[in-house]
Every structure is written in structure tokens, then in C-alpha cells.
Design a protein around this ligand. Sequence first.
Ligand SMILES: Nc1ncnc2c1ncn2[C@@H]1O[C@H](COP(=O)(O)OP(=O)(O)OP(=O)(O)O)[C@@H](O)[C@H]1O
Ligand SMILES: [Mg+2]
Length: 502
Amino acid sequence: MKEELNILIQAQYPLIYLLTSEEERSEQAIATIAQFKPQRRVFIWTVTHGIIEHGQPRSLTQHNTVSPEAAIEWVVRQRDPGIYIFKDLHPFIDSPATTRWLRDAIASFKGTQKNIILMSPVQQVPIELEKEVVVVDYPLPDMTELDEVLSFQLEQIRARRTTTDAREKLLKAALGLTRDEAQKVYRKALVTAGRLTESEVEIVLSEKKQLIRRNGILEYIEVDETIDSIGGLEELKRWLQQRSNAFTERAREYGLPQPKGMLILGVPGCGKSLIAKTTSRLWGLPLIRLDMGRVYDGSMVGRSEQNLRNALKTAESISPAILFIDEMDKAFAGSTGSSDSDGGTSSRIFGSFLTWMQEKTSPVFVMATANRVERLPGEFLRKGRFDEIFFVDLPNAEERQEIFKIHLLKRRTDIERFDIEQLANVCDGFSGAEIEQGIVAAMYEAFAQDREFTQLDIIAACRATLPLSKTMTEQVTALRDWARQRARPAASSVAEYQRLEF
Ligand SMILES: Nc1ncnc2c1ncn2[C@@H]1O[C@H](COP(=O)(O)OP(=O)(O)OP(=O)(O)O)[C@@H](O)[C@H]1O
Ligand SMILES: [Mg+2]
């Protein structure tokens, strides 16, 4: 990353927009680059102090440079090679005068060794400048940089050398954090345990989870259930099982591409979310949920995009990982027809997301689920975007038996007393969730009468239920018709799946 920034500076890019929330860290990186030949002086502008040279005390501020225009004018007057960092200029950048001053400054930089770097956590570039500015997203620290942080902490306590193994685990555990956050987390582990060894990895991880939760958009999900707690969906399970080692070094050496992601479409309550979650255990990768609803933030132009970018950046730095986007159709509802309703924000967000999916090289597997295809923009469903689009249908009789078994076994050990075949037949047209509810309802009934629940209780409960496939026949049929042509059935085989009709 320093490399990219270095190249841009050396190559005389006059205006660089550096997106980052880590001012100190990026300032340090720029100061290091400035040491390379030709050496440059580094100046920093803030609206509170005006221009001060990097490393100089605040009292040495350049006279009369607090206003953005005066500051840019001052920069234009300088003769020596220099890097001029403007921190948080974005609230002023929309003013016609500031924009004009910036354009004039850039024009005057030709043949000089001067660059302006706009450093800000939000991307806000006026149209007039779009052609002249290059936007750089400063990434979170990688293992090498975290190693510096860790080494520093270890020196503090004069720790004996850690094993390479422990070190690597401690570093991996902090991926996804900013430099400051990593430092805090290591320090906290040190204070809590009095040392930093392999046993402290857990502390680092749980601290990281809290920090990530605090940003409100990403969430770590802990999964207890395994893929065996899902009935049916054999084809989908097989697909997933086949890829359990897809993110290993061995798979790369073999020449396999990294899986990009999958979309699971289907009837509500048939296990879409459940299977997405259990994949995390199957593959041994962390599961991070991206809450699209929380990405939207109308408080400021560009804020939603920034939220999305930050979240994706964090996900990438934790990778290999599974990025779980549940009920994607709800998030992108605005980007198909009614995009005017939110000023086009959802289509912009959607566009950024697609671009990211297209260009990402880090091993982040996107697992998205949706119920309503008509709400998803067409670009999304195009072949090649996801590795596969699966359709999860209502379970057939055999699958319903499996689901009954799974849910009865979760609650009782003596399930021989149930005639599962009969139960499955009674529940024709039921989803997995509805079957589970049937069992729970039967248990409540019996519990209220202070007795054990029986076959008859379940039958009664199911008869009293009107399944979604009956109340929403039209939607379910439409979804099936759509999926029949464009998605791969998650159940055992195409023949099997086509036999399924109400
Ligand atoms: N095939 C299945 N096997 C076992 N349990 C199932 C199955 N399908 C659904 N269930 C039960 O129903 C619950 C709800 O399912 P889940 O949330 O995965 O459905 P969904 O397809 O994501 O529905 P929605 O579209 O409403 O989000 C699960 O937690 C599980 O207990
Ligand atoms: Mg769901």
C-alpha cells in the first residue's frame, strides 16, 4: 500500500484523495515516503491550526493559513518539493472558491515536485475535480504491520520469544482492526492475562468481535449447528462439502480458482439462512454478517457508500471468511424500480457492491439469500456473478421425514414412538420452519395439560396450521417457475424437483 502511494507521489500525481480513518498511521506512511529521493517536506493543514510542517510543534503554524483558500494559495507559492496533506477538507470542498483554487493549484504543479493529499474518512469529490483526482483507499494493517505492533507490546513486558505458531495466531486474530485498535486489544490481553501467548488468542478474538460489533454494520455470528441439522437440500450440501478445502494453499497450487460466492433463493422457512450459517462450521471459516439495512445512512451524502466500503474492507482483512448477506432482496429493493425514492442511494450502493464483487481478489466468500427474485436487480443474477445460484424449494415427503427426525431428536431421544412417515404426509406443503413450529405447538399443548406430547398432538397442531404455500400459492408458484429455468435446485436432482407440484 505504501508502495501504491509512493508510486503515485513519485509519478507526480498532483491530487491524491486518501480515504482513511487512521490519520496518524497514514501520516507516518507519507512521512516515510517523503524521505525517499527526491526528499520532500511534508506539511499538514487542518481547519483548527492551518498549515504546520510535519513533526513541528503547533506554535510553528504558517501565518494566516486557516482558511482553505489561503492555505491552498500558500501551497501554490512554495518552491521546494513538498507533500501537502489537507485533513478533512471535505466539508469545504464543495465551495466553488475552494474547488477553483484546487484546480489552479494542480495546474501550477506541472514540472514541480509537489502533491496535495486530501486525507479524509469520507469520499467527497466535486465533479469539477473528478478527472484530476486519484482516490486511494488506505487499507487496514496487514500481518507485517501488525507484527510491528505486537513486537512493540512484547518488548514492553520483555517477554521471552513467543513461538512462531503463537505469534501467527495472535496476528491473525487481530486482522481487521486498525493499528490503534490492534494495539489496544494486545494491551488489554496483556493486562488481563499478564502475558501474550497462544492462550491469549481468545481474548484478542473476543475483543475484536466487540470492536467489529460496535461499528454496527458487520456482526460476527457464532454457529452451533452443523450441516447435519438440515434435512434435504442434498445437492446444495454436496456442493458445499466439495468446497470445504477450497480456500487452502493446496487448492491454489492445484490451480483451482477461489470460490466467489453463492446466492440461495427460495421459499421462506426452508433453511436458507440455516445452511448459510452452517457453512461456516463446515469450512472452518469465520462468518460475518453484513447488515445491508444498516449500511444506509441518510445523514450525509456519501455516508452510506463509506459504510459499505469500510465494512467490505474489514471483511477483506479478516479473510478468508464468509460474508453472509441475509435477505438481500430487502436491501436492494430500491435499486430496481423505485430508485428515486431514496435519491438513488440504493442503486449506488448496489453498484459499489457489484464492482467490489467483480474485482475482489481476497478470499471473501459471499453467501447471499433472498426470497423475492423480482426485487433483485438483473445484473445480480447474471451468470458468473456468483459461482452458483441455488433454489431451495419446499421439502418433499422424504425430506419432511428427515426434518421431523432432526427436530424431534433435538427435543427427545425416544423418537421411535412417532410414526414419522405419517407425520410427513400430514404436512404436505409445509416448510421446514412450519414443521418445527408444529412440533413446538404440540409440545405447548401437552405441557399445558401436564403430560408428554404424542403423535396425535403433532397431527392436530399441523392440521390447524395453514402453510405459507397455501396462503401465498401465487408467489410460491411464480418463484418456482422463475427458478426452474435459472437456478440450480438445492434438493437431490432435477427430476425429483420437477416432480414436485402442489
Ligand atoms: N431443511 C430444514 N431442515 C431442518 N430445519 C429446517 C429446515 N428448513 C427450515 N428449518 C427450520 O426452520 C428455521 C427457519 O429456517 P431459515 O431461517 O433457515 O429459513 P429461511 O429459508 O432463511 O427463511 P426466510 O426466507 O423466511 O428467511 C430453521 O432455523 C430450522 O430450525
Ligand atoms: Mg432467512
